[in-house]
Design a protein around this ligand. Sequence first.
Ligand SMILES: *[C@@H]1O[C@H](CO)[C@@H](O)[C@H](O)[C@H]1NC(C)=O
Length: 265
Amino acid sequence: MARCSNNLVGILNLLTLLLSIPIIAGGIWLSRQANTECEHFLEKPVIALGVFLFLVSLAGLIGACCRVSWLLWLYLLVMFLLILVLFCFTIFAFVVTNKGAGEAVSGKGYKEYRLGHYSTWLQKRVNNNWPRIQSCLQDSKICRSLLNGTSTPEQQFYSEHLSSLQSGCCKPSVDCKFIYVSPTNWTNPGTTSSNPDCNAWSNDPKILCYSCQACKAGLLDNIKSDWKKVAILNIIMLVFLIVVYSVGCCAFRNNREENAWKRYP
Ligand SMILES: *[C@@H]1O[C@H](CO)[C@@H](O)[C@H](O)[C@H]1NC(C)=O
């Protein structure tokens, strides 16, 4: 039993150690590739995660295989904190992504998005970082297919399915009652609307609705569905970590017992 759990901890940590190398490499690759603002969001957390995983796995591997008790103790402490943090984050992710959804619009294939429907915490995060996110969205290709569809007939456009970002950022809101020319070219008939997005709209491909509240809401809807996936992945990872942690605890106990035997032959 003693050998078994020590070897098991060793093998599990060797696996995570090997896993951390492509994660670090991926992070470095991202930082070399990135030429828009968007991609710079990801690389730092990815490299940090990779280095963290590398160090923790190394501690577990050496601690288990070379019977270094203090290293194994440190490893178990870090694992415990990791499980705790992951658990809290998962609960938080479910709470934050609980609110908000796109609204179906009658006669349209796409939904429309309102900022006020999403959790206030997420709204604050997006509002605080909006200039950066906005320039990143402008550089991205989200509106390209709509910009290219200059000859799309009106009824065909209304029946199209748009992503939440396309619906929020690339076209004006339905309640502005603008007159359709092409998906990204609309005429304002001069009606005034209480929706501030109607004034934010411009046919200029660089402006469109990128400063609209609906664009922020579209982004939040995207984040919401991503976080849901991450939360589910987290639960799987939590189960895995708890198993590794339990085996690690067993190995730690074995180490101590073995050391005790050596001391008192
Ligand atoms: C929008 O359509 C009008 C009328 O066809 C045209 O004059 C205008 O140049 C177009 N604007 C853009 C930005 O394509």
